[in-house]
Design a protein around this ligand. Structure first.
Ligand SMILES: NC(=O)c1ccc[n+]([C@@H]2O[C@H](COP(=O)([O-])OP(=O)(O)OC[C@H]3O[C@@H](n4cnc5c(N)ncnc54)[C@H](O)[C@@H]3O)[C@@H](O)[C@H]2O)c1
Length: 385
């Protein structure tokens, strides 16, 4: 095993600018985006619309702000792009609803973001996570198959790797030794997709393993506004900087890293969005069965480093409070993004400074997130259309 920290920075000379152009558009036109009202989904919809795709988005608002007219995030997306998003408030656990949407629209490809993602909650409510993430995926795959739609881009996570055996982590790194339920749902789905593509060659699937998405659209109009309790570093840090929370808790200051805090590969959410457009292009052009790609920058950044950059670019102070390491947390993890560069023609282009500046712009323009209006329970909405 290599020393996990033998190379602290990687790939700094391989930044290619990924510019979304209409020529990036794959042959198919209509993309169904599940979890489209969520953080990464809404940012990805911007790129899809700007590339020329038609987007149908669905979300059950389990972790996104919704109202009787649809999704405020997606209305902002329409404002940014000047294009329409067809939106359904629908639940992947309700197969009939999903079936109806496929009956109504000729969906050519699905990007599947919808999932519950809170690691802590997943440990306390494993059945909720297995039901939502696994059953939701199964329902979706069955409805896709019955409508002859076999193109899928799946939101996976670097969490499937567990504790790294080497760094930077490549796609051939073993998966499965995962310490939390959320991560296991991603791992099980990847295994399911392997079986499916081996059994039926019509499937054409890309699983994208995201590293640590942060930042927001540079307009400041959309960003991360979860409705569940969250512990994600950047939204938490921004809340502290705004004075809404007293201090940022840092779990572990005695890791074998240069400053003792955990190291992660933070990636701007608009870079992730561009990765999805690149993946769509690949599956529209080639039959690949199933492929897996890391989406990361290739650079490890410690918690302390991120806080320092955040304070510098925002001018805000983020008091820190140190606590013991959390069970299951990993010391250091960053990607080798070479495969995505070589095969998808994708590399990250945003810097850590831009990740912080863009997130801060979103947070200061929208200190309380999206406008919240009362929403009728169990009301099926077809808003934003
Ligand atoms: N944000 C991260 O740090 C990160 C890292 C790696 C992977 N991912 C994965 O990327 C995807 C998107 O993450 P995100 O950060 O945008 O999360 P998010 O919670 O903002 O978005 C997920 C969306 O899916 C919706 N949803 C959940 N269950 C649903 C269901 N049964 N039916 C319909 N909609 C449902 C939620 O309401 C939410 O809007 C998820 O699959 C997540 O596991 C996220």
């Amino acid at each position: 095993m290599q020393d996990p920290l033998h190379r602290y920075e990687f790939n700094s000379n391989s930044i290619l600018n990924h510019v979304v152009e209409p020529s990036d558009m794959a042959q198919f036109k209509t993309i169904l985006v599940t979890g489209g009202a969520g953080y990464i989904g809404s940012h990805c919809v911007v790129d899809l619309l700007e590339t020329g795709y038609e987007v149908i988005a669905i979300d059950n608002f389990a972790n996104a702000v919704g109202d009787d007219d649809g999704s405020p995030a997606l209305r902002r997306v329409e404002q940014i792009t000047g294009k329409k998003v067809v939106f359904y408030r629908a639940d992947l656990l309700n197969k009939e609803q999903i079936n109806d949407i496929f009956d109504k629209h000729r969906v050519e490809c699905v990007i599947h973001f919808a999932a519950l993602k809170a690691v802590g909650e997943s440990m306390m409510q494993p059945l909720l996570y297995y039901q939502n993430n696994l059953l939701g995926m199964l329902n979706l795959l069955e409805v896709m198959r019955s409508h002859n739609c076999f193109q899928l881009v799946f939101s996976s996570s670097c969490t499937v790797y567990g504790e790294p055996e080497w760094l930077p982590i490549t796609e051939v790194h073993p998966t499965g030794k995962i310490t939390n339920v959320y991560g296991r749902t991603k791992y099980f789905i990847e295994e399911m997709l392997k079986d499916l593509s081996a059994a039926d060659e019509r499937w054409n699937v890309i699983s994208l393993r995201y590293f640590n998405p942060v930042g927001a659209h540079p307009s400041g109009l959309i960003g991360e506004d979860p409705t569940k309790e969250f512990t994600n570093l950047m939204p938490f840090m921004a809340q502290v900087a705004l004075g809404k929370k007293p201090a940022l808790t840092v779990f572990g200051s005695d890791y074998p890293t240069p400053d003792g805090t955990g190291v992660r590969d933070y990636i701007h959410v608009m870079d992730l969005a561009a990765g999805h457009v690149a993946a769509l292009r690949m599956i529209s052009e080639k039959h690949i069965g199933l492929k897996v790609y890391n989406l990361g920058t290739g650079r490890g950044v410690s918690v302390k480093e991120l806080v320092t950059v955040f304070e510098r670019v925002t001018g805000a102070k983020v008091p820190l409070k140190y606590e013991a390491r959390r069970h299951g947390d990993i010391t250091a993890m960053w990607a080798d993004p070479t495969l995505a560069k070589e095969e998808l023609g994708w590399t990250s282009q945003y810097t850590v400074e831009e990740m912080c500046t863009d997130f801060w712009r979103w947070q200061t323009m929208n200190p309380d997130g999206y406008p919240k209006k009362a929403m009728k329970p169990n009301h099926i909405v077809n808003g934003n259309s």
